[in-house]
Every structure is written in structure tokens, then in C-alpha cells.
Ligand binder design. Structure first.
Ligand SMILES: Nc1ncnc2c1ncn2[C@@H]1O[C@H](COP(=O)(O)OP(=O)(O)OP(=O)(O)O)[C@@H](O)[C@H]1O
Ligand SMILES: [Mg+2]
Length: 362
């Protein structure tokens, strides 16, 4: 899948711009604070129905304006065109349209235009709490599996109800009803997470090896209490504790992804560049799984490519993603000469866009 044309109106600091990206590598180069990340975010938004940053829709509207519009024309692997637009007006619900027809639910759109992003804010995946990693896993699996998204929503609703009950009573019968719901939805989520992480793990190790020149070994594991004990047993065993605490202390809402380097925790023992390389390997593994499952090459968004990487690793990365297995790519960097040098040494065709504050020129 590739983006043939992108139009933006009042999206962040972009007043009105239209670009026609290349099917292959597109670079956006310009100084800090111009609009490079904003362009990447617009492409991400059209795929995922939301910003890749913790920003509300209102915050994405250009200061002083009332609405924004994003419009993308895509071509899929069979050469068929898809037009996707999003319009948001302050105080109203956003509207997503596919080929002119509005979606009833945004979740129906997620997955149509697969996209994978690598950005400096991914460092949260390593430094922050397990919640960030679960959020990542949920976003990834939801692009591929609508059932998962539904199971997740039902689980969260049942969990909220159970916690509400635990705050005010210890009604065993009611608790048992919620337990059955948690087990039913939670087991589905657990099974899917296990399955997808199993597919990601070898690819993460492989891509990390390619990026680092096989200097160190990394591993990815899925940590869940449900790996060892059936969920129903866990809930039964923790009921007393749950009543005492006033919330549910076991379940898939406590799952985590474990990142390791040389058998040690990546957060503690990985250097900044090693951590960044791990994240990139994870995202490329995600790319591969999406491609294998959907048959469409996702759009790859590499924001601030040189963030924490040395030139050698960037060159390896470019060489890797310029190969046949990858499709359209958007890259941002603030140094045009450096970018050009690397792309030319990799010998891959590309298009470079110059970016100034809120403007894009070729
Ligand atoms: N809703 C908005 N209205 C107007 N301007 C906005 C809005 N949201 C963000 N901006 C501005 O857009 C500008 C460009 O931001 P962006 O993150 O795209 O920069 P960048 O080119 O990626 O910079 P860097 O190289 O530092 O990452 C910033 O000055 C930011 O304040
Ligand atoms: Mg940026």
C-alpha cells in the first residue's frame, strides 16, 4: 500500500499543503520545529484514526482555526485506489470517510492502511511502565485482528465493573459473574498476545543482529501470570486479596513485554543506541508480521532517523528498508547533506522534500 497524494488543511502548523510522495523513499529535511513530525503524524493519523503523540484532536487543529482536514489517496498492491479523508471540527465528532462514505465506527478503518512508526517518543516503551508496552501491543494486534479489539473492550468494561463492585461490597455471586466475563475475554486476549509475540520474537532477534552487525543478542518475551496458571484459578486465588484491596489484582491488565540484551534487562543494561536499535528491530518485526498476515506492505514512518543512532547503524537500516521486502517509506532528518550521502551510498532511489515552518517544497 502506498500514499500517492496527501492534502492537509489546518493540521497543526500546516495551513494548506499538498504533496505527491514517491512509491519508495521520501525524505523530509528541515530545521527543528518546522513541521517534519507533523507530516509523519498526519500520515499516521489517516491510518490509525488518531495522532501518534499524546495529543487530542482539538490540539491537532491549527491555532486560531476551527477545523482540520486530512485527505489521502492510496494505491494498494492490486493497483486499486483508496481515498481516505478525515475531518474534525472543534466540538464535533471527527468523520472518517473511505471513498466518500463515512465509517460508522473508526475501528472499522484501522487496518485498511497499515502503517508502522518509529519515533523518538518510542523510548517510553523501554523507560515507562508496563502500561505503555500493553498499549503498543494492543495497537499492533488491533490493526490485524478486530476480534482482539472487541475482546479487549469487553474485558476493560468487565474489569471496571468488577473494580467498582469491589470498592463497595464483596458480593460473591456478583463477583463470580464478572469473573466469568473476565476469563472469557481475558483468555482470548492472552492467547492472541502469546501468538503474536511468538511471531515477533525471532524477527526482533534477526533484525537486531542485522542492525548491530551481530554484536549482541536480544530477546523479547511475553510476561503474563496466565502463562503458568489458568485465569479462573488466578481469580479464585486472589479474590480475598481483591476484596481487601478494592480492585482486581490479577489478569491480563498486568501483562508485560520483557526486553532483554545479553540475558539482562534492556532498560538497565542497554545503551541509548542499543535501546533505540531494539525498538527499530521490534518495529521492523511488526512490519513483517503485518505484511505476512495482510499481504499489504505497511507504510513505514521513520521520524528523526538519527535520533540516538550512529551513522553506521543508520546506513544498515537504510540498506535494509531499501530492499525488496519493504514498500513506501517516510523519513525525517534535520541534515540534508547527511541524508543525501547515506541514501546515495545505499544506492536507492528517493525523493527529498525541503521543509520550513509549516511549508513543504520539493
Ligand atoms: N495545533 C497547532 N497549531 C499550530 N502549530 C502547531 C500545532 N501543533 C504543533 N504546532 C507547531 O508545529 C511546529 C512544528 O512541529 P514538529 O514537531 O513537526 O517539528 P519538527 O520539524 O519535527 O522539529 P524537530 O526537528 O525538533 O523534531 C512546532 O513549532 C509546534 O509548536
Ligand atoms: Mg520532529
Amino acid at each position: 500500500m502506498y500514499l500517492k497524494k496527501l492534502s492537509l488543511i489546518n493540521f497543526k502548523n500546516l495551513a494548506q499543503e499538498t504533496i505527491a510522495p514517491d512509491e519508495g523513499i521520501n525524505c523530509f529535511v528541515g530545521d527543528n520545529g518546522t513541521c517534519k513530525t507533523n507530516i509523519i503524524d498526519a500520515v499516521y493519523y489517516l491510518s490509525m484514526c488518531k495522532s501518534s503523540l499524546p495529543m487530542s484532536d482539538g490540539q491537532c487543529v491549527r491555532h486560531g482555526e476551527q477545523f482540520f482536514v486530512l485527505d489521502g489517496e492510496y494505491v494498494n498492491r492490486d493497483g486499486r485506489h483508496e481515498q481516505v479523508s478525515c475531518s474534525f471540527t472543534r466540538g464535533e465528532k471527527k468523520v472518517f470517510k473511505r471513498n466518500g462514505k463515512a465509517y460508522e465506527r473508526l475501528s472499522d478503518h484501522v487496518g485498511l492502511i497499515p502503517a508502522v512508526i518509529v519515533s523518538p517518543s518510542d523510548s517510553m516503551l523501554i523507560s515507562d511502565a508496563a502500561e505503555e508496552r500493553r498499549r503498543y501491543l494492543n495497537g499492533f494486534i488491533s490493526q490485524l485482528d478486530k476480534e482482539y479489539l472487541l475482546a479487549m473492550m469487553h474485558y476493560n468494561a468487565a474489569l471496571a465493573e468488577r473494580n467498582k463492585l469491589l470498592k463497595i461490597s464483596s458480593d460473591e455471586q456478583m463477583l463470580s459473574i464478572y469473573d466469568r466475563q473476565l476469563v472469557s475475554y481475558g483468555s482470548k486476549v492472552h492467547e492472541a498476545r502469546g501468538r503474536y509475540v511468538e511471531r515477533l520474537a525471532p524477527a526482533v532477534a534477526e533484525y537486531y543482529g542485522l542492525l548491530s552487525g551481530d554484536r549482541e543478542k536480544v530477546e523479547l518475551r511475553y510476561r503474563s501470570e496466565l502463562n503458568e496458571t489458568p485465569f479462573a484459578d488466578l481469580l479464585a486465588a486472589s479474590r480475598g486479596r481483591d476484596i481487601a484491596n478494592g480492585f482486581t489484582t490479577s489478569g491480563i491488565h498486568r501483562d508485560d513485554l520483557v526486553f532483554g540484551i545479553g540475558g539482562m534487562p534492556l532498560r538497565k543494561y542497554g545503551s541509548q543506541g542499543q535501546q533505540k536499535s531494539f525498538i527499530i528491530a521490534l518495529k521492523l518485526a511488526q512490519y513483517r508480521v503485518i505484511l505476512e498476515q495482510s499481504g499489504e506492505k505497511p507504510i513505514l514512518l521513520l521520524d528523526d532517523l538519527f535520533d540516538k543512532l550512529d551513522e553506521g547503524r543508520v546506513r544498515e537500516l537504510i540498506r535494509l528498508v531499501a530492499s525488496d521486502g519493504f514498500g513506501q517509506i517516510f523519513i525525517t532528518d534535520c541534515n540534508r547533506e547527511r541524508m543525501q550521502r547515506i541514501l546515495e551510498s545505499a544506492g536507492c532511489p528517493h525523493r527529498i522534500f525541503n521543509v520550513t515552518y509549516g511549508r513543504i517544497t520539493e
